[in-house]
Design a protein around this ligand. Structure first.
Ligand SMILES: Nc1ncnc2c1ncn2[C@@H]1O[C@H](COP(=O)(O)OP(=O)(O)O)[C@@H](O)[C@H]1O
Ligand SMILES: [Mg+2]
Length: 398
């Protein structure tokens, strides 16, 4: 009997999870220098000394999180065989979307004994959470490494970086040692710290540079060998994915995404081998996906403005002046039952932001004899992406 699933067989993937975001590679490739610097910075842990604070910098997709996870696992097993080392506790926390209170509370809850009741969500402040954190660190003793991933997203990072590194010298803890590992996608993070933190935070900095095409090929080949059935992925497909990602900031996450999506395209088309054409298609799909996320991140009114310009564009009425955009925008906002922004200035501010973010092209026009200048706008992306994304958002909001 043949049913809707009967002709689906897995001819391409041997283990697709190897290409997923959550997969942690057993082996880190092409990051020998960073790993060596990291080992040096961590060596105090092996001798029972107070750990150095370590900060990793580099753009997204350059292996900061993966290298840190790998180093923590390696360090945990090394500590087992080292006489001089104290017990090691590693805590990893992603700061994205969290307040300082949430972060410290999470740490406290990780440290509490399993039968203790969790630190309350309400009623107590960040200072109380720090007090409890210190009490728990000393209760457990040993060495604690706390990884703050995406630390640049934290609202009150100055307090954190002022408090924790001084916990011992200020007498808040006596029976435990603490080291901080901060990871930031943003090179200007350090500059944004207050002077008193910057001057006293003793740290080792490790910076991650973009991968070149050759390095990305090595990383991708290794993944492909684990993810695909033998022979199911052309070398030229890997070279293509590596070259495209190398051009675009050397991002390994993007390179792996291209390979996964390319393989999905091949599978859908019933092809048994992933080739460059599939990667080319994947690139378009991945770019569309990224644009959608970027649109979703905009405020409600900025999205109405984008939708308005997309509609003008479909009618051939672009480039358009801010006044024309405002009129269309008011109808769009009304249609969604929202109260439109009333001033032309607020529309112009949004237009200028959207231009800066790369959504819009802006043309400067001269008013002729009367002098003066004004702007006209059009989308810098396919209007159908905007309209489809808006439709998705409206549908999922119901
Ligand atoms: N040197 C590497 N070797 C193997 N895989 C890597 C390497 N660098 C990055 N990756 C993979 O690329 C993706 C992005 O890496 P990640 O560590 O999350 O980047 P970051 O934290 O810098 O944004 C992950 O899937 C990771 O496993
Ligand atoms: Mg990361």
């Amino acid at each position: 009997m043949s049913g809707p699933f009967s002709d689906l067989t897995d001819t391409i993937f041997a283990d697709k999870s190897v290409l997923s975001e959550s997969y942690q590679p057993e082996e880190i490739l092409e990051r020998d220098e960073e790993i060596e610097a990291f080992s040096h910075a961590l060596q105090d842990v092996l001798f029972g000394r107070e750990p150095e604070n370590i900060f990793l910098y580099g753009k997204a997709g350059l292996g900061k999180t993966a290298v840190t996870k790998y180093m923590m696992e390696e360090l945990e097993s090394e500590v087992e065989v080292r006489e001089a080392a104290d017990d090691l506790h590693v805590h990893e926390i992603n700061c994205n979307g969290k307040t300082l209170f949430m972060v410290v509370r999470r740490l406290v809850n990780d440290l509490l004994s399993p039968d203790a009741s969790p630190f309350p969500k309400r009623g107590l402040g960040t200072g109380d959470a720090f007090d409890e954190l210190y009490a728990q660190l000393d209760r457990l003793g040993g060495t604690h490494l706390i990884v703050f991933d995406e630390i640049d997203h934290l609202d009150d990072v100055d307090t954190l970086l002022y408090e924790l590194p001084r916990a011992r010298s200020n007498g808040h803890i006596t029976d435990s040692l603490v080291g901080i590992i901060g990871i930031s996608n943003n090179y200007t993070f350090r500059q944004s710290l207050s002077a008193k933190v910057k001057d006293t935070l003793m740290e080792t900095e490790i910076s991650f540079s973009p991968y070149d095409a050759g390095e990305l090929r090595t990383i991708l080949r290794d993944r492909a060998d684990r993810a695909f059935v033998d022979g199911a992925c052309d070398d030229s497909a890997i070279a293509k994915a590596a070259a495209l990602s190398a051009q675009d900031m050397g991002n390994a996450r993007q390179a792996i995404d291209l390979l996964r999506v390319g393989a999905e395209v091949a599978e859908r088309e019933g092809d048994e081998v992933v080739d460059d054409a599939h990667i080319e298609d994947a690139r378009t799909l991945v770019q569309r996906g990224r644009l959608r996320n970027k649109i979703r991140d905009q405020t409600e009114h900025a999205q109405y403005i984008l939708e308005t310009i997309a509609k003008l564009e479909e009618r051939g009425d672009v480039p358009a002046r801010s006044k024309e955009i405002q009129e269309g925008y008011e109808r769009v906002a009304d249609a969604y039952g929202a109260t439109p922004l009333t001033t032309l200035k607020s529309i112009q501010d949004h237009l200028s932001d959207l231009h800066m973010l790369g959504f819009l092209v802006r043309h400067e026009r001269n008013k002729g004899l009367s002098g003066g200048q004004y702007y006209e706008y059009e989308l810098d992306l396919d209007p159908s992406i905007v309209l489809e994304t808006r439709e998705d958002i409206v549908q999922t909001a119901d």
